[in-house]
Design a protein around this ligand. Structure first.
Ligand SMILES: Cc1cc2nc3c(=O)[nH]c(=O)nc-3n(C[C@H](O)[C@H](O)[C@H](O)COP(=O)(O)OP(=O)(O)OC[C@H]3O[C@@H](n4cnc5c(N)ncnc54)[C@H](O)[C@@H]3O)c2cc1C
Length: 411
């Protein structure tokens, strides 16, 4: 007799596998369906060291203590260690945490229907998998569910190179989180489509350098970012000697809090990308045990439907929904800001006391803290930055405006 599946997870990215591992580690039978076998996650994943769960310390490829931003000619040291995840080690650690309870099935999910208390999930190859609970961890556009992006998707895009350099393109031994100096761009280019350098020294003559558009609607095209990266390196007098790999980054930043339904979602499919930084992985590694705990507990007591409800409540409690409304207001403010003002905006942001900007970039910060931080940046910023911030608050005086005002009243 075949062993029934408690949970089917769609997607073998960091979110899907982290959740599958936590569920299997709690004794549930989990099937993960992805079009590929287990493989190290392709993107380069960075995260603040203090946001990663302790067990991931064994999975780090690099940690930098020299972490800087440039919002003017002089660097601002961030005094906050930043880590690069070793994706092969992370994959191995997650598979080990999952143990025997996880079955990885290579396939592509095309649909799912509720049958009795559970689900029948259909694959493009004609397969049918049965499970009590289904979780969509199919990435930024979802697989069985569809994240919503108010006003249309606003994308973070970046073009990067991992390459060897004869002269360092960034500080040896360090990482540059954001360098808004633009010796390679005209004033008009900066105004219309601001981009910054994100760079890591990977040891020896090896660096990752990425020309990054923090957020734009529509997103900047790959060819433009590649041209800009090469122009920046030429302007710095540090062309790459030997290119090892290219990286293309493009994903939406402005997902709304999802509507709970009978299917669960997790990771970027559940709108869990941070709307201002674009980070998601550290948050997924932290949220996975919370979601798995809620699902496992409710499954034992009330069955699959109760487990799905408990999962949504654990993942998107009312405070998190309110805080997403405030963060989306920040997104609209960034989108409406003339490009040449972004360095001044981030200059004011990084002058805040460290606990405040850390909290702003964290995954589960409440709406009141987010709103207070935004108001402090507003107070510190020059007038040219304040104007677009105020305009965004007025133009988006819907739920996010109300959340901001409520937070202000509660301060
Ligand atoms: C190049 C790049 C760099 C990034 N860098 C960072 C970073 O440094 N730090 C950070 O926190 N975030 C980063 N992000 C943002 C985000 O965290 C990542 O996109 C992350 O991979 C999202 O994880 P996920 O598991 O939700 O989705 P994904 O990693 O996209 O995984 C989705 C999975 O679902 C599978 N799938 C999709 N559809 C189906 C289907 N129908 N059936 C079965 N399987 C399906 C896919 O094959 C894949 O296995 C980056 C994103 C990109 C693109």
């Amino acid at each position: 007799m075949r062993v029934p599946t408690d949970v089917l997870v769609v997607g073998g990215g960091p979110a899907g596998l982290a959740l599958a591992a936590e569920l299997a580690g709690r004794g549930l039978r989990v099937r993960l369906v992805a079009p590929h076998p287990p493989r190290p996650f392709p993107p380069t994943y960075g995260a603040w060291l203090d946001e990663l769960p302790a067990w991931t310390l064994a999975c780090l490829a690099e940690v930098w203590t020299d972490v800087r931003v440039y919002t003017g000619e002089q660097p601002t040291p961030l005094l906050r260690p930043y880590a690069l995840l070793g994706n092969a080690r992370l994959l191995g650690a997650l598979l080990a945490r999952a143990g025997e309870g996880l079955t990885w099935t290579v396939g592509t999910v095309r649909g799912a229907e509720q049958v009795g208390e559970g689900w029948e999930v259909h694959g493009t190859g004609g397969e049918t998998w049965r499970a009590g609970i289904v979780v969509d961890a199919g990435g930024h556009m979802g697989s069985l569910t569809r994240p919503r992006h108010p006003g249309g998707a606003a994308l973070q895009t970046a073009f990067g190179l991992v390459a060897h350099f004869d002269r360092p393109p960034a500080p040896p031994g360090g990482m540059v989180w954001m360098d808004y100096r633009s010796p390679h761009l005209s004033a008009a280019e900066v105004r219309e489509a601001p981009t910054f350098l994100y760079a890591m020294h990977l040891g020896g003559s090896r660096y990752l350098v990425e020309e990054t558009s923090l957020i734009a609607r529509p997103g900047l095209p790959r060819a433009l970012l590649e041209r800009r990266l090469r122009a920046r390196l030429a302007a710095l007098g540090t062309p790459p000697r030997e290119v090892e790999a290219e990286e293309w980054v493009a994903f939406p930043m402005n997902a709304a809090a999802p509507c709970p339904g009978p299917l669960l979602a997790f990771g970027s499919a559940a709108g869990l990308v941070h709307p201002v930084s674009g980070f998601q992985v550290a948050g997924a590694l932290r949220d996975a045990p919370i979601l798995a705990g809620a699902v496992t507990g409710a499954l034992g007591q009330g069955g699959p439907a109760a487990a799905a409800r408990a999962g949504w409540a654990a993942l998107w409690p009312p405070e998190r929904r309110a805080s997403r409304e405030v963060a989306l207001l920040g997104v609209e403010a960034l989108l409406g800001m003339p490009g040449e003002q972004l360095p001044a905006f981030f200059g004011a942001f990084f002058r805040l006391p460290a606990p405040e900007w850390h909290a702003f970039l964290a995954h589960r910060t409440d709406a009141g803290t987010l709103a207070r931080t935004m108001l402090r940046v507003f107070a510190q910023a020059p007038n040219a930055v304040r104007l677009p911030l105020a305009r965004a608050a007025l133009e988006h005086a819907g739920p996010s405006g109300r959340a901001l005002r409520a937070a202000w009243d509660l301060r």
